[in-house]
Design a protein around this ligand. Structure first.
Ligand code: SF4
Ligand code: FES
Length: 231
């Protein structure tokens, strides 16, 4: 661990703005800035994310690091920042990890190949309200990796379950539903993620509040696909 003093920090700054201030000072002194990842800074891209005092994305529920503000901390607080810890996410530098294992899970089946046309065509296909709501909730996953970092098994079950659920609940996602579940779960297993043992830490830290039931849906689709394969 390396110790840094964060001076001239206002309560209205976001956590990443606080790190910007620290880094500007370090650069001014000719030192290496702290490496961290970010893009949108509005909680939608999933780039940011690290542990703050042992909690993925910090102490505020349903909040990404970029949306976390310094008003939630006290002047003089000592904060321990660490990168996501999981074998499937090798550390690149400081707080930056390689999350390309998630990209490979998506590439293995997290898409539909049906032609969906434009928005008016999509709207001609009725979707039951409950299904569209559940699909939208699952689609909120931003692929940040906090679920993996918080899980004692470093499981990617919440992430994979969210991606399988959001497509599997919609009519356009039915044609490839079984194949998608088989391929994405197989890829998840080859990427050194652990298995899910229903601990629930993933749900507790997820900044998009993805619910554990996406894991049940993933298991259902996977087992059904396995059964269909056999018969
Ligand atoms: S399920 Fe939640 S914690 Fe996991 S990658 Fe998606 S948004 Fe991040
Ligand atoms: S920088 Fe995009 S979610 Fe935080």
């Amino acid at each position: 661990m390396e110790r840094y003093d964060a001076k001239d920090v206002s309560a209205d700054m976001s956590f990443l703005e606080m790190l910007d201030v620290v880094n500007e000072k370090l650069i001014g002194e000719g030192k290496e800035p702290i490496a961290f990842e970010h893009d949108c800074r509005e909680g939608i891209c999933g780039s940011c994310g690290f542990m703050i005092n042992g909690i993925a994305h910090g102490p505020e529920r349903g909040t990404t690091v970029c949306q976390l503000h310094m008003r939630h901390f006290q002047d003089g607080d000592e904060l321990y920042l660490e990168p996501w810890r999981a074998r499937a996410f090798p550390v690149i530098k400081d707080l930056v990890v390689d999350r390309s294992a998630f990209d490979r899970i998506i590439a293995s089946g997290g898409y539909i190949s049906a032609r969906t046309g434009g928005a008016p065509d999509g709207n001609t296909l009725p979707v039951p309200k409950m299904d569209s709501d559940r699909a939208m909730d699952a689609a909120a996953c931003i692929g940040c990796g906090a679920c993996v970092a918080a899980c004692p098994n470093a499981s990617a079950a919440l992430f994979t379950g969210a991606k399988i659920s959001h497509l599997g609940l919609l009519p356009q996602g039915q044609a490839e539903r079984s194949r998608r579940a088989l391929r994405m779960v197989a890829q998840f297993n080859t990427e050194l993620f652990g298995s899910c043992t229903n601990i629930g830490e993933c749900e507790a830290v997820c900044p998009k509040e993805i619910r554990l039931d996406v894991i049940a849906r993933m298991n259902h689709d996977y087992l059904k696909a396995k059964w269909e394969d056999r018969s």
